[in-house]
Structure formats: C-alpha cells, structure tokens
Design a protein around this ligand. Structure first.
Ligand code: PHE
Length: 383
C-alpha cells in the first residue's frame, strides 16, 4: 500500500490544540527532536487520541534515534522487533488497539500511525542497506601489513625416516626394494622356511591366527611373524642372480615392554647367485651399518640358529661399551632352495632380517619401543 512519506500537517485543528496543550505537547519540542522526514501533530482533544498522538511522537523519536545509532545488523533488527514486531511491537500494539475505539478516534490516530509505520519501515530498510554495504566494503579490504597465518607442516615418522635411509643405503649397494603381504599363509611363514608344524622353533614366532573353518593347515592364515616369507615368494617368481630388501610390518604375540611390541617392522635382505658367500655378506652388512650409524661402528658376527639358514648368525654392534644385537642372518638353507625349486648345488645365497625399531632406537637414542606407536606429539615433534 503506497502512502506518502511526506510531512503531515493537519493545520486546520492546530489552533484548538494550542489552547489546551502545553508547549511541549503543542509540538514545539518535537520540532527539535523529530527527524527531518516529518512530524506527527496532534489533531484532536479526545483523551485517547491525545495520549496516542503523544505516544506516536515519542515513539517516532526513539525509533529513529535507534535506527541512526545502530552499528550492526543485529542492533537494527532489534529496533525493528521493538517497534514493528508482530506480537509486541510498540507501534503494532497501538495499531491493534484501534479496532476497539470509536470511529472518530480511529480516523484521527489510524492514518498517522500507519504513516509512521511506513516511515519506520523505510528508515529501517535504508539503514539495513547501508550496513550491508559497509560490511561488504569491510570484507573486501585487504590489509597487506597483517601478519600471515603460519601453516604448520607435518613431517615423516621416525620409523619412515629410518626406513627411507635404509632403502637409500641398499639401493646404493645395488639392491632392489620389494614388499609382501602382511597376512600370510602358514606355508610361507613357516613350512617353506623349514619350520614344520610342531617343530619347537615355531615357539620363537608365536602370532595371531585368522579364524577359518575347514582349511588345510598349510593354508591357514596368520599375521606374518617376520618378513622372511618374502624370500620364498620372491624366489618362486624370479631367477637368480638378484639382491633384494623387503621392508614391512610384522606381528608377534608378545608381552609388551620397553623392547617388545606385538606389531613392529623388519627389513629382510636376500642375495642369491652362483657364488654368493658369507664373505660377501660380511662386507655388505658392515658397509651398511657403517653408512647407517658411523664409519667407526664396530660389528660382531656370532653363530646362531634359524631353521632357514645354515650356518646361522647374529650380528651385534658396539654401543657405549656394550654389544647390541641388531639382526639375524645366515646362508640360505638348502631346504629353502628345494622349496622354491632352485638347485642348491648351483646357487648360494645369504639372507638377513633386521628390526627397524631397533635401528631407529639406536640411531635416535629412543629408550622405549612403545614411543613409536603412542603418537605423542612431544615425541614426534623431535624428528
Ligand atoms: N626372520 C628372522 C627373525 O624374524 C630373522 C632372520 C632373517 C634370520 C633372515 C636369518 C635370516 O627373527
């Protein structure tokens, strides 16, 4: 409904009003406080109309003051609800009360109240627009002197760091890197490595078995206890000569303490050829340990037992006066070659298996294997 927003002057009744009203009520004061859009003048001596016309003046003053003062959309919306709100808006209430009034009152107050409503609505609309523009302008401003946000970069886990380092060293010694499955069959993890069922050596590698029904023993699945099954898988599908390393995750059913975890990592090594010897192994592994730790690292080779090598060895390095075991190794057992249909008369090979955690603990001086898996930022941030 279009109504004129122009000032309202009902001058015809003004003389009478001037007689009965105080100066303020006559609108002298309202001339100062009313906004320039116009003023609401009283046109009637009836009590109802008089009170409401005063209310309208006061209301108009307050409403426009609040609109002018509003610095945020939220404050402006507050003003809208206060005066025009459907339920409790001050002006809404006045308008609503009109319907119970006699026609004469309605005719006097009604049009003025409606015009005022329209004025307040327009005032709100204009201010909403202004605030919005200000907001857009503000967000479009770019302060080039503002300090930037620091983007935190993550980094590699210490186990990944040591794995990468080991891969790098062996690549330099002409080894290839291959990987194998973490879920293995009984055959690859044990049988083919000369560890038959019921052999006491199986006690060295207690592990987690997968629940399966009606499966032959050799096909039963387990979480691999070492990376050695990849010796078999690789030889089944490749012809010598070759040299490989196999980094990967392994599992054991262990009581956890500072040096034992149920899940850890190994790097398997295997070199097979016509005349690969233990002397070759000693050279390669000493070279590797010197490159990983330092040039003066002292290395010791000790006889040991693993069913899939003959002879079997354990390798220690000297650390602060103590010898520390770092890997198992040996010459590939003829029965292992049999299992992959290599002829042990024509090929020889060495194999080794080292613990990745153990290497990292020595290199980075980490006292407890559990720290690798706790994801404590205070620990991880140090690498
Ligand atoms: N697989 C053995 C272990 O987990 C280590 C090893 C690998 C020993 C290769 C000899 C040769 O303990």
């Amino acid at each position: 409904m279009a109504r004129p927003a122009a000032p309202i002057k009902v001058t015809g009744a003004f003389f009478i009003l001037a007689v009965i009203l105080s100066p303020a009520e006559r609108g002298e004061e309202s001339r100062e406080i009313l906004p320039p859009q116009g003023e609401v003048r009283m046109t009637n001596q009836g009590r109802f109309a008089k009170i409401h016309l005063m209310d309208l003046n006061d209301l108009k003053t307050r409403a426009f003051h609040e609109i002018a003062e509003a610095k945020e959309v939220k404050a402006l919306e507050g003003a809208r609800v206060k005066y025009l709100g459907r339920e409790r808006g001050e002006l809404t209430k006045i308008l609503r009360s009109l319907k119970d009034r006699p026609l004469a009152d309605r005719q006097k107050v009604g049009p003025l109240a409606n015009i005022l409503r329209k004025e307040i609505e327009d005032g709100l609309k204009a201010k909403f627009k202004k605030l919005e523009e200000k907001q857009i302008k503000r967000s479009a401003q770019l302060d080039v002197s503002m300090p930037g946000k620091k983007i935190k970069l993550g980094h590699l886990h210490p186990l990944t760091l040591i794995e990468n380092k080991i891969k790098e060293i062996f690549s330099g010694l002409n080894f290839s890197v291959v990987e194998g499955p973490e879920v293995e069959s009984d055959y690859y993890n044990f049988d083919a490595l000369n560890i038959p069922a019921n052999h006491p050596a199986r006690d060295m590698w207690d592990t987690f078995w997968l629940r399966q029904n009606g499966i032959k023993n050799s096909e039963r699945l387990l979480l691999r206890t070492h990376t050695s099954p990849m010796q078999i898988r690789y030889m089944e599908t490749h012809e010598p000569p070759f040299q490989i390393i196999v980094p990967g995750r392994v599992f054991r059913y262990e009581a956890i303490d500072a040096s034992h975890e149920i899940n850890f990592h190994q790097v398997e090594g295997l070199m097979v050829g016509e005349s690969v010897s233990l002397a070759n192994f000693k050279y390669i592994i000493t070279e590797f340990l010197k490159r990983l730790f330092d040039e003066n690292t002292q290395v010791r080779f000790r006889p040991s037992y693993f069913p899939f090598v003959e002879p079997g060895l354990e390798i220690d390095i000297k650390l602060g006066g103590d010898w520390l075991e770092v890997m198992g190794a040996g010459m590939v057992h003829p029965k292992v070659f049999d299992a992959v249909k290599y002829n042990p008369k024509f090929v020889k090979g060495f194999a080794f298996g080292l613990g990745l955690e153990r290497m990292a603990m020595i290199k980075y001086k980490i006292p407890d294997i559990r720290m690798f898996y706790e994801n404590d930022m205070r620990f991880l941030k140090q690498f």
